[in-house]
Design a protein around this ligand. Structure first.
Ligand SMILES: Nc1ncnc2c1ncn2[C@@H]1O[C@H](COP(=O)(O)OP(=O)(O)OP(=O)(O)O)[C@@H](O)[C@H]1O
Ligand SMILES: [Mg+2]
Length: 317
């Protein structure tokens, strides 16, 4: 008997977002912000919260500092019914934080990875893996402690009978040093966006990218923003159209919500077209409210947006 549908092993940070600045900051001066948001950040945490709202039971494994930000993250995850028993606090570093300064179209960001850097594959025991049916990992390049042991972690998950998914996310260093041939054989659902896939393969067309990853036996779901997504199930490649609308709040977390929609249907045994369509719906719903988790506050919030804004009439389970 499994305790959880999904174990998310990954990075945790808070986001501090300043809007309506009097100007961008410069050394030796002080500026004022007209608006401030303090919220749960990180791709893995947004995925975990939204997947939980969509009905899966989710546990999180990760590292925080022994501080107020860390306790806030535990509180936010628990509010969304994400189980935090596998999150540990380290004295070695503070909880990760990203500070964003938005000034019109311009944005300046500072990220302190802190405790995220100390999380390794060895922190995810076989015992933890056995509590879940599925393992999800995101943001490989923001987790230098986790990356070297990633292939072994996914291999262990497969040996324990779990299904698996991976969203690599962007590499800020743009080096793309990840041993995909050693890793992807253990990944059932690979979820990059188009820019990440091109960077990994050096190819341009989706067809050529798929060819380049021929050693990957699983599903490839390639996100392409407003252009929708491309899905390869090992046999055919098809385009998943987006649910377009003209009330975009922002696109923060759209990719993570797409992942949550896809995996929620995958876990229910949905076929590939059902998984892809629900993923696109979840990505679009995400963009109707600010930040990554607001539109998924409750399942009723999500359903109301899906049916009212996108006329989504399919059964929910
Ligand atoms: N403006 C939009 N309108 C409708 N749907 C959208 C929009 N933007 C994104 N989506 C949906 O969400 C999915 C994922 O978005 P996107 O391609 O931006 O992911 P990403 O690049 O991984 O983003 P992230 O920055 O969250 O990692 C898209 O494939 C699409 O289905
Ligand atoms: Mg992404």
């Amino acid at each position: 008997m499994k305790n959880f549908d999904v174990l998310v092993a990954g990075e945790l940070n808070v986001d501090l977002i300043f809007n309506r600045l009097s100007s961008l900051p410069s050394l030796g001066k002080e500026i004022l912000a007209g608006e401030m948001t303090f919220t749960l950040g990180s791709s893995s945490a947004i995925f975990a919260c939204n997947l939980s709202t969509l009905g899966a039971s989710v546990a999180f494994a990760g590292k925080i500092g022994n501080d107020t930000f860390g306790r806030q993250l535990l509180h936010d995850l628990q509010q969304r019914n994400v189980d935090t028993r596998f999150i540990t606090a380290t004295a070695a570093a503070g909880t990760g934080i990203s500070v964003a300064l938005n000034d019109g179209q311009e944005r300046a960001m500072i990220t302190y990875p802190g405790a995220m850097n100390t999380f390794t594959a060895a922190d995810v025991s076989d015992e933890m893996l056995r509590t879940a049916r599925h393992l999800h990992v995101s943001s490989v390049f923001l987790q230098p402690g986790l990356a070297p042991g990633l292939a072994t972690l996914f291999q262990r998950a497969k040996m324990q009978g779990l299904t698996t998914s991976l969203d690599p996310q962007w590499d800020p260093a743009e080096k793309w040093q990840l041993e995909l041939p050693a890793l992807l054989p253990y990944v059932d659902v690979f979820l990059p966006n188009i820019a990440e896939l091109r960077a990994f393969t050096g190819e341009t067309s989706v067809e050529a990218c798929v060819q380049a990853l021929s050693y990957h036996p699983g599903i490839l779901a390639v996100k392409h923003g407003e252009a929708g997504a491309y899905i390869w199930d090992g046999y055919t490649l098809f385009h998943q159209p987006p649910f377009l609308h003209n009330e975009i709040a922002d696109c923060i977390g759209a990719g993570d919500s797409f992942n949550a929609g896809f995996i929620s249907r995958y876990l229910l045994g949905g076929n590939i077209t059902q998984c892809a369509a629900f993923a696109a719906l979840a990505g679009a719903v995400n963009t109707t409210a600010p930040g990554g988790i607001t539109a998924f506050d409750t399942i009723d919030t999500f359903r109301a947006i899906a049916s009212q804004k996108f006329n989504y009439q399919q059964p929910w389970t």
